[in-house]
Write a protein that binds this ligand. Structure first.
Ligand code: HEC
Ligand code: HEC
Length: 189
């Protein structure tokens, strides 16, 4: 016959309380993570990011996302006109030319196989795309966090040159929201 002593029952009760608390905590984390993704999405949907993450093969320009002038596209790159023919590693203003092409290291479109489309995507679709290894070329959430923290094309968004507007939140707030989203396992709103 098994006899439980009161103290082990007490421990069991404590363990149950802890387990319930942990579930509640992870629900809270998931809700906070999904909310944080809302902030991330506002940046992804801003012209500075969307212009290089178009639904088609042509980059976009300006605040309204009109197609890039001069029929620039993935095909024009294949035909031998690299983006770097015009886009230098710095904004044209930084080299004394007002109103010229913006610039940052490795200026270009994402590869055709993993185009990372931001244009016209809902918040939820953006979230699911970032979590799909087939869409990101196998990058996990930690690698994406690294990318949005340090990549020069991302950082360029907050130093876009000319009269271009910055994304709606600071780079620090964007990275903090991205980190909250990743730490909670990438919940989608
Ligand atoms: C000049 C074009 C350009 C701009 C502007 C740009 N991106 Fe990208 N983005 C790329 C390219 C190219 C890639 C593919 C990976 C690479 O080559 O770095 C990419 C990939 C990504 C990825 C996927 C991660 C990866 O490593 O593939 C994320 C997330 C991303 N960009 C976010 C942003 C955000 C946020 C902004 C705006 C603040 C932005 N991008 C602005 C060109 C751009
Ligand atoms: C023949 C020169 C030339 C080539 C080649 C070129 N661009 Fe541009 N691009 C420009 C100029 C000039 C501007 C500035 C236009 C403006 O802001 O009014 C510009 C602006 C842009 C912008 C707008 C930035 C913003 O947010 O408003 C993006 C994005 C862009 N180019 C991407 C690319 C990509 C990607 C490639 C290669 C596939 C490329 N460009 C090739 C000349 C060029």
């Amino acid at each position: 016959m098994i006899r439980r002593n009161p103290s082990s029952l007490g421990l069991l009760a404590l363990a149950l309380v802890a387990a319930v608390a942990a579930v509640a905590q992870s629900d809270d984390d998931a809700a906070a993570g999904a909310r944080a993704f809302g902030t991330v999405a506002r940046v992804l949907q801003s012209p500075r990011c969307q212009n290089c993450h178009p639904a088609g093969d042509r980059p976009l320009q300006g605040e309204t996302g009109r197609p890039h002038r001069m029929f620039i596209s993935r095909q024009s790159v294949e035909a031998g006109l690299p983006c770097s023919a015009c886009h230098q590693e710095r904004n044209s203003e930084a080299v004394g030319v007002a109103g010229g092409p913006p610039g940052a290291p490795h200026w270009g479109l994402p590869p055709a196989e993993t185009p990372m489309v931001f244009q016209g995507r809902s918040v939820r679709a953006l979230c699911e795309q970032l979590k799909d290894p087939a869409a990101t070329g196998g990058k996990d959430l930690a690698a994406l966090l690294e990318h949005v923290t340090h990549d020069p094309l991302v950082r360029w968004g907050w130093d876009p040159g000319g009269k271009r507007k910055k994304p709606p939140v600071s780079h620090a707030a964007f990275v903090a929201a991205f980190r909250t989203w990743v730490a909670s396992g990438g919940p989608c709103p």
